[in-house]
Design a protein around this ligand. Sequence first.
Ligand code: ADP
Ligand code: MG
Length: 624
Amino acid sequence: MAVKQFKAESKRLLDLMVNSIYTNKEIFLRELISNASDAIDKSYYRSLVDENVNFNKEDFFIRITPDKEKRTLTITDTGIGMTEEELENNLGTIAESGSLAFKSENDIKDGVDIIGQFGVGFYSAFMVSDKVIVKSRSVDSDKAYKWESQGAEGYTIEPCEKETAGTEIILKIKENTEDEKYDEFLDEYKIKSLIKKYSDFIKYPIKMMVKKSRPKKDNDKEQEEYFEDETLNSMVPIWRKNKNELKPEDYDQFYMDKHFGYDKPLRVIHSSVEGVVSYKTLLFIPARAPYDFYTKEFEKGLELYSNGVLIMEKCADLLPDYFSFVQGLVDSADLSLNISRELLQHDRQLKFIAKRIKDKIKSELLLMLKNDREKYIEFYNSFGKQLKYGVYSDFGANKEVLQDLLMFYSSTEKKLVTLDEYVSRMKEEQKYIYYAAGENIEKIEKLPQTELVKDKNFEILYFTDDVDEFAIKMLMKYKEKEFKSVSSKDLGFDSDDKESKKETEENKELFDFMKEVLKDKVKEVRASNRLKTHPVCLANEGEVSIEMEKVLKMMPSNQNIKADKILEINTSHEMFKAIKKAFAEDKDKLKMYSNLLYDQALLIEGLPVDDPVQFANNVCSLIK
Ligand code: ADP
Ligand code: MG
């Protein structure tokens, strides 16, 4: 049976092409400039393989010429040009890529980075134009041809005049509509910014005559306008330069130009990787968090380039959330892009790169911690919270990656320390890594619960961020050592434990009575093993601590989760005598004392008392 050919409905196809592939009209300029660059690259390639062809660098450039009156935007290149047949094949057939064919027919050498491959980019011109005219002359011919089309209706080709080889593309820019301001594509400033954004690292100069003004020669009080040729792109991407060619100022300048941050970056990571997937990266660790960093508005991601052309402004998949503060870019020729070149086809290469980047960032941060602690602390003050969120989120999946990057304030060192440093200092008899949570260092310093641990000369880590305790609960252990809150029921001191158990036994009836008074507010009243000078404190049993209860209370999804609280009494404190006396002689008084002690314990924790008026009255009744 005869196999029939599919008939593509070219009108529909063109319409699809123009209106469905691209999300952004402005990329037409990127596409046409990329084609021009490819055309010059082909000439360059010719010069490499054909002795008769010279490549004189000055002769190769791309020119942009806007004309507001005629509403035309012209893109000229001095590249290889097209013959009549090539115009027919490459521009007359949708999805025919002369560039892809060129790549497969030739053994492409270093320094040639052909961008085109899909054969659709050219048609993006119709997103902004009513009519497109292409005048081209091939280097292999002395005849020039003009291709002209108004889009769906088809195209014409006829001979024309053109003095030199290369291609000139004239766009008749559409009239403004209510939704679209096509005018802007004729605007000098807009054109400049589009080239900066998408085509800054095209290897060949992109030139434009730019309007300037200067004082008049004969009368310097008046200004005169004149035009000057300007190259709009920087051409050589800084990340493709050799590291030893670059000074720290060069990186800082690039960082500023790119608006990655307002201050100088804390650290620059510039690397070039060759292998299964080859790529170059230039990453920055900012000094300070952007104002919206810890909000939903913040968008993480790295710029993604393929052959010097910007493909994606913020490629989120390249960075894990816990390193979302990193700024910079990745450039790789090995990415398989989708047809619009706005997205990637497979994420296999991307995953590979992302994994390597993640490892690199981690090792750089560890280096910084080791060799430049002051800087690391500056970094940690800005972004430490994000690392801690990272430990906590995804059910702790990334805790191994992050644990060595964490720091907490230490009760003994009076500064930030790492978990490794803590563990290496642990006393022989010390079982746990102790921590205390509170609003700030000053408040934690005064917490009664820290008394006994401090008395034993054990170091305590102070948790002042909301996320700290949640992260540590996820981490559970560091180097086989469990974490222990100074408020937890059992501190792991056997002898003191026995002591307080005995005290609790001996005063069982009294404590039971107090528990009766406080009802559900506490789970238990007992003698404390952790208090030395303070009369009372709250301890806590179970997974949710009192600090966590506070944090959960502030969350929008507040489910009223409460910590199991234990009221601990210091039985060697003066006031305990009065308690005992009241228990024997005046139960009403003990009721009041019980409430007072509980309220006190709440206040120490920074929790509101349940009934402030009653509390005030109780205090007053003591002032007699
Ligand atoms: P792609 O660039 O992906 O190949 P395009 O639709 O952008 O697809 O271009 C189609 C083809 O037209 C190119 O492959 C190239 O052969 C040819 N072409 C486009 N613009 C030019 C140009 N300025 N000079 C020479 N050839 C060009
Ligand atoms: Mg193209």
